[in-house]
Design a protein around this ligand. Structure first.
Ligand SMILES: [Zn+2]
Length: 314
């Protein structure tokens, strides 16, 4: 009897704790399509795509995938097997956007070259979306590097608008790509123990980051805005995205489209950030108000993951 009462107490405590969570919304964006992985043989790329899409469909996430079309060619020739990976995204009812042809750096190239890469990087995606009567709408800057001067930013913004692109910002920025690099290294070394350890640290890390950005949002806006999460089409997400989605649902998140997320008033604020690093739009807006608005203690990647990724620091 005492045990039953004890359990009931915890059941009530848990359900009331969940009921007190705010209703939250998040759009999920996935970069570097069709796949970004160390071992780049076709079979691996097909498996990653299949597993990742299965998770996305199961969790009913209306994700947007951002494509580097350079990966869809073998020299000058179209690589139909790679293009088929993208077709699977479209068949799953998902939206595709432009991430430049070759993941070009805006900081190290003239704007004209960058613009040419945007146009070169939309050809096949437009074709595939067109087959379904749909249009390409979103652009995501590689590395989230948006320009080192207000002049470059506004010229690029004008170019994107002229070509009917909406910039896809990111609020829940994170280093899933470092975890992916560590994970791929462990797979390559056939170190199953390390692979599992990295995988099991990954979801708690992402949720800690999410909590940080929720708090940063409250500090800036006195409320939690509709969030936009950036992940990559890599092997760790193909193994763990179902757990990521479930953890977000437990935090009371609804999965919304990027279009719905961008309806949040917050995204009307300008992005005036002109430094080199690619950072969350929440930090861009915070820095614009003054460095006091930047929430301290942003969660970092654990040392053992950095080490496994072959990196000294983030
Ligand atoms: Zn990218």
């Amino acid at each position: 009897m005492k045990i039953k009462l004890f359990l009931l107490f915890f059941a009530v405590l848990f359900s009331s704790a969940h009921a007190q969570l705010p209703q939250r919304s998040i759009a999920i964006t996935i970069d570097d399509l069709p796949v970004v992985v160390k071992n780049s043989d076709l079979k691996t790329r097909q498996e990653i795509t299949k597993k990742l899409l299965k998770h996305i469909e199961k969790a009913k996430v209306p994700a947007v995938g951002f494509v580097n079309e350079g990966k869809l060619y073998n020299g000058e020739k179209r690589d139909e097997a790679e293009i088929d990976l993208l077709r699977q995204w479209i068949r799953a009812g998902l939206e595709l956007g432009n991430h430049t042809y070759s993941h070009l750096s805006l900081h190290d190239n003239p704007l004209e070259k960058y613009q040419a890469e945007i146009l070169k990087g939309e050809i096949i995606t437009k074709e595939l979306l067109g087959e379904k009567g749909r249009k390409i709408r979103y652009f995501r800057h590689p590395y989230l590097w948006t320009g080192l001067s207000l002049e470059i930013k506004s010229n690029l913004a004008q170019f994107l608008a002229e070509h009917n692109y909406t910039i896809a910002p990111v609020t829940i920025d994170n280093s899933d790509w470092i975890f992916a690099r560590a994970y791929d290294n462990a797979i390559e070394k056939n170190d199953k123990g390390l692979q599992l350890k990295i995988g099991e640290a990954y979801v708690p890390y992402l949720i800690e980051k999410t909590e940080y950005w929720e708090r940063q949002s409250v500090k800036l806006f006195d409320r939690e805005i509709k969030q936009i999460l950036l992940l990559h089409a890599n092997s760790i997400n193909s193994d763990y995205f179902d757990d990521v989605a479930a953890a977000l649902v437990r935090r009371n998140y609804d999965f919304i489209t990027l279009e719905e997320a961008l309806e949040d008033e917050a995204f009307k604020l300008p992005d005036k950030f002109v430094k080199r690093n690619g950072i969350s739009w929440l930090h861009r807006w915070a820095l614009d108000k003054g460095s006091d608005f930047v929430l301290p203690n942003e969660p970092r990647v654990a040392d053992f993951v950095l080490k496994a990724a072959g990196m000294d620091s983030e």
